[in-house]
Design a protein around this ligand. Structure first.
Ligand code: NI
Length: 172
């Protein structure tokens, strides 16, 4: 069990591009994944990316089942995704109120393509490929953005739709 401190927006490490993982099934990779999972669970997140705990590797984990932070969201399978790749399958977008463990207490409304195909590898080097829509697609895109140094506030088109969780009227 290792809950790591999560870097917060403003930390220049979060703006860097992470490196691909070149060795699978390694003790180092297993330790990173354990740290990510422990940290995500402790903070009740829907996902987390390695750079958020200061490790600039292309590793994300995500998964949602009845998460208190996302009460209306559908389930997203518990997934470890290494060296991910995303292909957009539609120009249609969905807007969602996003949050991020690196931007605590805030929410912002972000439009993203609502259907994607994503692929990547398991810690053992097995390929994963899935088509995802809706909230699942948003979570994957949000987490993979971290690997390119992009935080969701950079994608907010209308900054009036960004603010403290406690103040936002989501009916708008
Ligand atoms: Ni995030």
């Amino acid at each position: 069990m290792a809950i790591k401190p999560v870097l917060k927006m403003g930390n220049p490490e979060l703006l860097k591009v992470s490196e691909e993982v070149s060795h699978f099934s390694s003790a180092e990779l297993d330790e990173l994944i354990t740290d990510l999972r422990d940290t995500m669970q402790a903070l009740n997140g829907a996902g987390i990316a390695a750079p958020q705990i200061g490790v600039l590797k292309r590793v994300v984990i995500f998964g949602v089942s009845k998460n208190a932070r996302y009460p209306q969201a559908e389930d997203v399978p518990e997934t470890i995704l290494i060296n991910p790749d995303i292909k957009t399958l539609t120009e249609d977008t969905d807007g969602m109120w996003e949050g991020c463990l690196s931007v605590p207490g805030m929410r912002g409304y972000v439009n993203r393509p609502n259907k994607i195909r994503y692929s990547g590898y398991t810690p053992e080097g097995q390929m994963i490929e899935r088509v995802a829509e809706g909230f699942h697609a948003t979570v994957v895109q949000h987490e993979c953005d971290h690997l390119d140094g992009i935080l969701y506030p950079m994608r907010i088109e209308d900054m009036r739709l960004f603010g403290f969780e406690t103040e936002i009227n989501r009916e708008r």
